[in-house]
Design a protein around this ligand. Structure first.
Ligand code: SKM
Length: 175
């Protein structure tokens, strides 16, 4: 059905990659893989504790290694970590190994969705809004560079964003 070996979701924290990804995978009979979760299982430590023990650079090295391993396989829907696109090799692999969907979300919705989140080290700061804007400025061009399709999740509940993505993927695969 899909000429690409995987569907790969990219986008920032709070875009709904895990929630929407799980539902879309089920709809198309793909194995759902959350790259952050795979990393945690591989290393045997939480993301906050990895950031604490080895810094962001150490975390990124593990992220790169685990993502490369995951993308050797096919038939999956892979939700990538929000910062995976920062690395040029990751971007190349993502492009080569899947049909790539950028789940896009604005900072206001991110702030609301991540209000109570304690699991993202890059957000454990007082100026969250500024940090999210800075990340978007750096990363949006990179998400855009790898994306085959862009879906805005902003005003929609997950069920509706899922439905939109299902329709657009199905249309894609018909062509
Ligand atoms: O991969 C995790 C980690 O918290 C870093 C991150 C980011 O850089 O945006 C996003 C999360 O998915």
């Amino acid at each position: 059905m899909n000429p690409a070996p995987n569907v790969i979701l990219v986008g920032p924290m709070g875009a709904g990659k895990t929630c929407i990804g799980r539902r879309v995978a089920e709809r198309f009979g793909l194995a759902f893989v959350d790259a952050d979760q795979a990393l945690v299982e591989d290393v045997g430590a939480s993301i906050p504790s990895l950031f604490q023990s080895m810094g962001e650079a150490g975390f990124r090295a593990h992220e790169k290694r685990v993502l490369a391993r995951l993308l050797e396989r096919g038939g999956q829907l892979v939700a990538t970590g929000g910062g995976a696109v920062l690395d040029a090799d990751n971007r190349r692999r993502i492009r080569e190994r899947g049909f790539v969907v950028w789940l896009r979300v604005g900072v206001a919705a991110q702030l609301q969705r991540l209000q109570r989140d304690k699991s993202r080290p890059l957000l454990q700061r007082d100026d969250r809004e500024q940090a999210l804007h800075a990340m978007a400025a750096l990363r949006d061009p990179l998400y855009g560079e790898v994306a085959d399709l862009i879906v805005d999740t902003d005003p929609y509940p997950p069920t509706e964003a899922t439905a939109q993505l299902v329709v657009r993927l199905a249309a894609q695969w018909r062509n």
